[in-house]
Structure formats: C-alpha cells, structure tokens
Design a protein around this ligand. Structure first.
Ligand code: SAH
Ligand code: SF4
Ligand code: F3S
Length: 483
C-alpha cells in the first residue's frame, strides 16, 4: 500500500467567522499589485489547472489567479494528470456546493500519490470558513496551500514557499484589506469581460455566508472602472458585465464623492462598447437613477437579475431582505414601464426556516405576477455562523423537495412564455461559438440574455449578428441568421 501523503503546515493563519462578522470604519486603500522578482519564472516548464466553482465573482478572481500564475511562468493545462499545480477556487453558498468540492478534492488524492511533486491549493469562499479548514486538516491533509478571498495577491509567495522552500502554509485573512488595482488578468474570453466594480457585502441576509467570506462593501473608484471599460472597448471587447454582490450599493462607501451605481451606469453608457450588463442587484437598493440609466443607455442590456428570494413578507423579514413583496412588485412595475420588454430573472429560496404552506403560496403568486423569464431556485441550506442556521426548520427533506418541484413547474412555464414572445422576431445575438450539445450549431445570447442556437458558416465568435427566431423552448431558442 502506498503511504498516505500528509502535510503538516509550517505556518497557519486560520479564518475566524467572528472576526469576519465585524465591520470596521477603516478607509479603503488602493494598492498596485507587483510581482517580486524572486517569484518570476518559478513556474517555467510547469503546468497549472484551475478549478472554479460558484458565482461570477469567483470566475473573475480565477482570471486574476491565472494572470498571476502565468506571470510566474506557469502555463495552463486541462487534465489533472498533466498538472504540477491544481488550485480549487471554491464556493460556500450551499452545502451541496461544498460537498462537490470535497468530492473533487478526495478524487485528486490519487494524482498526489502518482506525482509527489504535485502542489494542491485551495482558495475562495470555503477557505474563509473555520469548519472547512478543520476538515482539510482532518480529512484532506494533502493540500499544500490555502489562501482566502482577501489575499489572492499572496499566491506567488505561497507557491514559492511550498515549491522552493518546501514550506506549506494556510494563509487566510478574516478581514478585508486594500483593493488591489492592476492585478494581472488572463481573461477567458476575447470579447466578453467581467469587471468588478465593488467587493464584499453588508446586507447580512440571515441565510447567507457571503458577508463573512467576502468582507465589507468596498467600491472601486469610478475613474478606474471607466478606464478599464474603455480599454476593453479599445481591445475589441463586445460585452462587459459589471460585478458586485450588491451593485446597487456601489459608491455608498465613498466619503469624498456623491456617486452611485446609477451615475456609473450613465457614465459607462457613453463608452463605445456594444453591451453592458451587471449583476447582482438588491431590490431594496435598486433606485430610479439606475432604472433611468437602463432606459436611456442604448448599450445597457434590457435584462435584470433581481433576486426576490421569497414572496412572503413574513419570510422576507426573517431573511432580513429589508423590502416587502409590495415594494418589490412596485419596482418590477416601474422597470417594465420604463424599459419596455425588459426580461426579469430572479433567485428564490424555498423551505427557509418556518416557511409555511401559505408563505410558499405567496411565493407562487408572486411568480405568477412577475412572470420571471429565468430563475435559480434553491432549497434553503443552513450555513454555519449565519443567524438562520439556528432557526427551527421542521419540514422534512421530501417536503422541501416537493416545494422546489412545484415552484420549478410553475416558473418554467414563464420561461417558455418569455421566449415565445420572440418567435418570428429578429434579434441581435453575440456569437459565443459552437453549441455544447451540437457541433453543427452555433450559439450566442440575445440582448435579453436568452440563448439562441443557429446554423451558419459565415459568422464567428464575437460577432454580433441578426437572427430571426424560428422556435422558442423554455431554456433556449432556435434562430436563422438574417443577412
Ligand atoms: N449577492 C447576490 C447573490 C448571492 S448568492 C444576491 O444577493 O442576490 C446567489 C443566491 O444563492 C442567492 O440569491 C440566494 O437565492 C441563494 N442562496 C444564498 N444563500 C443560500 C442558502 N444558505 N441556502 C440556499 N440558497 C442560498
Ligand atoms: Fe448574500 Fe444577501 Fe449579500 Fe446577496 S445581498 S450576497 S444574498 S447577504
Ligand atoms: Fe459562492 Fe462566494 Fe460567490 S460563496 S456564490 S463564490 S461569493
């Protein structure tokens, strides 16, 4: 039998949820990323594999991680067997997200045994959790380096100490630090880009782990964002998606500037880039200026992801969402009036602790009223350290699943209705490339963020083309390219 590879960490800085919960009145500093010369070239002739889970925030972070690694000389690979360094950029949002990562880490052990020089790293939101770190030490003691969401910039030092000095470290900061501008970035796409506009979240929805794993809300300066979008436009990018956990809180932390998300959208809409999207919006903070900017800005796409979570006022209150069903519906009405044809998508949690049949029916009735054209629906998952994890939840697993199925059945009918409205119409599609399911078809997204499959040998990735929609389904549409 091969010996189990077990790592004892040479240095440990472990996360603390208690520390992470606190919000300090400290000014945000902006720092530039610099790669120290001793870290250059240590990845030469070595390959890395990055496995990313979770939201767009993590996808964007992974592009920075890849940028840093390539600056250090590493080159990318697709197969675990070829890798000298495997990094898991993880998500902690629900228990099943965590289980997936642990499953993958368990599976990776065999590569560690085959290649004793393989380095394994873990970062992202799970690294910010105390129980994850405990579990790593106990059950997966072959991970070489652990770092958190607040210190991606530490990666070169951690790789260096593990690879060159054979010192393995856990290095997780519980409290957010400076905003790093000019991080190296290796963008996945040549025509669609993520642009972080802010970090962290101060909403503290009672079910959610994000305010603990991502720290307090910190906005990037408008000039830096505008400059980045201008550069992307110049480089031929067709679409940018502005990122933040609660983009509508953008700018609220500026002490010297009265500048909000609406102002930013207005300014960005003047840049010559075809498509601007953003995610995610918090319904309470979505204001008139933002709606006006969406209505006026020709390049602000007519799609809004506005997570409602529940249709019951009682549950919204227990979730600490700080808006009522009526206020949410008012905003939807305003959006539909000011931006005719806007597509609205959402997130919904079922079986939140104490959710009664009546509460759940309120959610169903809200779905009928809004007619969402897309949604992510979840069964509530308790997160250690969040208030809701201590609330009583008497529902059985079967009852929870039943609610999810019932909700999905209803909501899917509106996905179809939302796409049917485009049958026979001509829409603009940003071409993504080959369809995953059918190599003879191309695929892309409309302005309303709906997937279209079509056949053509004349168009290429990154083109914005006109398509006539021939058939609509719940999850996608078929189209024909119009000359
Ligand atoms: N900041 C965004 C996204 C947060 S995470 C927002 O506020 O909308 C994405 C979604 O995951 C949430 O909208 C919520 O529906 C879901 N979610 C978050 N925590 C959850 C939990 N503990 N159990 C189940 N779903 C959860
Ligand atoms: Fe989580 Fe709420 Fe913040 Fe979204 S707004 S990240 S759901 S705490
Ligand atoms: Fe997951 Fe963290 Fe994003 S918990 S959803 S990766 S902010």
């Amino acid at each position: 039998m091969k010996k189990k590879v077990t790592i004892n960490y040479d240095e440990e800085l472990n996360p603390s949820i208690k520390e992470a919960r606190m919000r300090r009145n400290k000014d945000v500093n902006f720092t530039s990323f610099i790669l120290e010369p001793q870290y250059l070239n240590i990845g030469l002739n070595k390959k890395y594999l990055l496995k990313t889970y979770g939201c767009q925030g993590n996808l964007a972070d992974s592009e920075n991680i890849a940028g840093i690694l390539e600056l250090m000389g590493f080159s990318p690979c697709n197969e675990e067997i070829d890798a000298d360094l495997i990094i898991f950029n993880t998500c902690a949002i629900r228990e099943n997200a965590e289980e997936r990562v642990f499953g993958e880490i368990g599976r990776i052990e065999k590569f560690r045994k085959q290649n004793p020089n393989l380095l394994i790293g873990l970062c992202g939101c799970m690294a910010q959790e105390e129980h994850t770190i405990e579990k790593i030490k106990k059950t997966y003691p072959y991970i070489n380096i652990v770092f958190g969401t607040h210190n991606i910039y530490s990666l070169p030092e951690l790789v260096y100490s593990s690879l060159i000095e054979q010192k393995n470290k856990i290095d997780v900061l519980s409290i957010e630090g400076d905003i790093y501008e000019n991080m190296p970035v290796k963008r996945e796409s040549k025509y669609k880009a993520w642009v972080n506009i802010m970090y962290g979240c101060d909403e503290f929805c009672t079910y959610c782990i994000v305010p603990y794993t991502r720290g307090k809300e910190r906005s990037r300066r408008p000039e830096a964002i505008i400059e980045e979008v201008k550069e992307l436009a110049k480089a031929g990018y067709k679409e940018v998606t502005l990122l933040g956990q609660n983009v509508n809180a953008y700018g609220k932390d500026f002490k010297d500037l009265n500048y909000t998300f609406g102002n930013l959208l207005m300014d960005l809409s003047k840049i010559d880039i075809p498509r601007i999207r953003y995610t995610t919006s918090h319904p309470r903070d979505l204001d008139d200026l933002t709606i006006d900017a969406m209505a006026l800005g020709k390049n602000i796409m007519p799609h809004l992801h506005l997570p409602v979570q529940s249709g019951s006022n009682e549950i919204l209150k227990k979730m600490n969402r700080k808006y009522t069903r009526e206020e949410y519906l008012d905003k939807i009405k305003k959006l539909k009036e000011k931006i005719p044809g806007i597509s609205i998508t959402t997130d919904i949690i079922v079986a939140f602790p104490t959710e009664t049949e009546e509460d759940f029916n309120e959610t169903l009735s809200l779905v009928k009223e809004v007619e969402f054209e897309g949604a992510y629906t979840f069964i509530y998952s308790p997160r250690i350290g969040t208030p809701a994890a201590t609330y009583p939840n008497p529902l059985t697993e079967d009852e929870k699943k039943e609610r999810l199925l019932k909700l999905n059945d209803l909501i899917n009918s509106y996905f179809l209705k939302g796409r049917k409205r485009f049958e026979g119409k001509i829409v603009e599609v940003l071409v993504d490339g080959e369809s995953k399911n059918n190599k003879d078809m191309l695929t892309g997204y409309t302005e309303h963020n709906m997937l279209v499959n079509f056949a053509s040998n004349k168009v290429k990735e990154g083109d914005i083309i006109k398509c006539k929609i021939t058939k609509a389904y719940s999850w996608h549409m078929l189209g024909e390219v119009v000359e």
